[in-house]
Design a protein around this ligand. Sequence first.
Ligand code: NAD
Ligand code: IPM
Ligand code: MG
Length: 347
Amino acid sequence: MALIAILPGDGIGPEVTTEARRVLERLGLDLSFEEAPVGGAAYHAAGHPLPPATLDLARRADAILFGAVGDPTCDSLDRHLRPEQAILGLRKALTLFANLRPAKMFAGMEDASALRPEVARAIDLVIVRELNGDVYFGEKGMRTTADGLRQGYDVMSYDEAEVRRIAVAGFEAARRRRGKLCSIDKANVLETSQLWRDVVIETAADYADVTLTHMYVDNAAMQLVRDPGQFDVIVTGNLFGDILSDQASMCVGSIGLLPSAALDVAGKGLYEPIHGSAPDIAGQGKANPCAAILSAAMMLRHSLGEPAAADRIEAAVAAALASGKRTADLGGTCSTREMGDAVLAAL
Ligand SMILES: NC(=O)c1ccc[n+]([C@@H]2O[C@H](COP(=O)([O-])OP(=O)(O)OC[C@H]3O[C@@H](n4cnc5c(N)ncnc54)[C@H](O)[C@@H]3O)[C@@H](O)[C@H]2O)c1
Ligand SMILES: CC(C)[C@H](C(=O)O)[C@@H](O)C(=O)O
Ligand SMILES: [Mg+2]
């Protein structure tokens, strides 16, 4: 029996993971679930956003279903106690370096996109975001300059091994899809990005069947809106991938639609919607649970060896949306529970 760690977290995290769990339970697979607090919820309960018992559960589990962390009441805590440190800590502690963030247009949803329907219709891409390095994990702090000014700093760096393993993840993903990989960097300005580009080009020698291109991140932000259909697989660093994936979500209609997988070399994974705890709508039953439900599907595919069950969930989400069921972010009137019910009904 596979053990699934459920880490609901804060804000809408518990609301959307509840729906994802209901879908998983309905499949009749041999799964067991164990839940633990994380983020602000864990800070308030246990004094730390990632308590040892939660980390231990994450290590023991075969896969992790994560909601979201973030709590405005914690924003002035020391950084190491803030809710966001829980997700960063899990990614680092479990070496979940490869973050797959697929964005695909669901049939009939073009009207929800921020783009023109004929532009939006072509979107079928996956962002492979590096998750263990970059400016996120470099030396950081506050200091005072010689002139007495307060100065904040965060060091950006990648070593070649870190770039190579995410490049491999990108090439492998492209090989399984349409064979196109676009590496996104800022090599015209950043040394970190120059190394990134050099190592991606070196790695390409093992992937003659994949067409590799490079793009600067500012152009990529523009191209993602101008002609997103040009992208198959994007591979990029931690910060650029964070930003571009939120942007890609609105191209397909809502941030409430984008799931993700964070994987280690062995395929162990943490699965979560790309969105956050959405304090502005938390507790109102308004959140779109589709991203969390689709994250559960990714979990079945990537960590649990159940691709048919994953297909079934994805088809059910597509069918529920096609039938007109939509939460408020997509212009509809469904509650989180009603959207979950619609997916269950379509399974
Ligand atoms: N992986 C994570 O846990 C994660 C990811 C992103 C942000 N955060 C945290 O979440 C908190 C809020 O951050 P934010 O407001 O910048 O980003 P957010 O993603 O929480 O919300 C951005 C906007 O999108 C809306 N939204 C998000 N998810 C939605 C859903 N499922 N259905 C409908 N609408 C949805 C929100 O209502 C909000 O208007 C912060 O503390 C941030 O650090 C956590
Ligand atoms: C909450 C935050 C640390 C996180 C990130 O920046 O990676 C979030 O934005 C995400 O996209 O998962
Ligand atoms: Mg983000």
